[in-house]
Design a protein around this ligand. Structure first.
Ligand code: ZN
Length: 151
């Protein structure tokens, strides 16, 4: 079976990455394989995904589709002022001023910054192989094969 392309489809304001002509989301494959390992590979194979497609999902890097934006909807915060008082406030925009009874004011900028720290949960990891950050599809397929033999 040849590998179908991974395509981005508009889903409301978001983009979802699926295998062309299917509803199978790449993010689900990544997450399920990370959590369940070989049993997830078996499940997706049973759903018709080829090994090449599962492998493509595991290494897929989500491309930028737009500039990142921060939308502040509702943020509750407490400012502990230098004076000893504290001010509780709710924020509904990105740059808020909090005024203390003492006369001081505190600006609370909420802004989005890209972090260079990768989300450790986003990688395909395995507790079975300490030291290996990424579990390869070959390792998963080998594990799957061995489970079949074990039965
Ligand atoms: Zn104060």
């Amino acid at each position: 079976m040849s590998a179908r392309k991974i395509v981005g489809i508009a889903h409301g304001p978001s983009t979802q990455w699926v295998f062309e002509g299917t509803q199978v989301r790449v993010i689900d494959v990544k997450r399920d394989v990370r959590v369940s390992g070989p049993s997830a590979v078996r499940a997706y194979a049973a759903m018709g995904l080829s090994d090449a497609e599962i492998s493509a999902a595991l290494v897929f890097e989500f491309p930028p589709m737009r500039a990142a934006q921060l939308e502040v909807e509702f943020v509750a915060l407490t400012v502990h002022c230098e004076c000893g008082d504290r001010i509780q406030a709710t924020v509904s925009n990105q740059d808020v001023l909090v005024h203390c009874t003492c006369g001081r004011s505190w600006r609370v900028p909420l802004r989005l910054e890209a972090s260079i720290e990768a989300d450790p949960d986003a990688a395909v990891e395995s507790d079975l192989q300490p030291g290996n950050e990424v579990i390869s599809l070959d390792a998963l397929l080998l594990a799957r094969a061995q489970q079949v033999v074990d039965r």
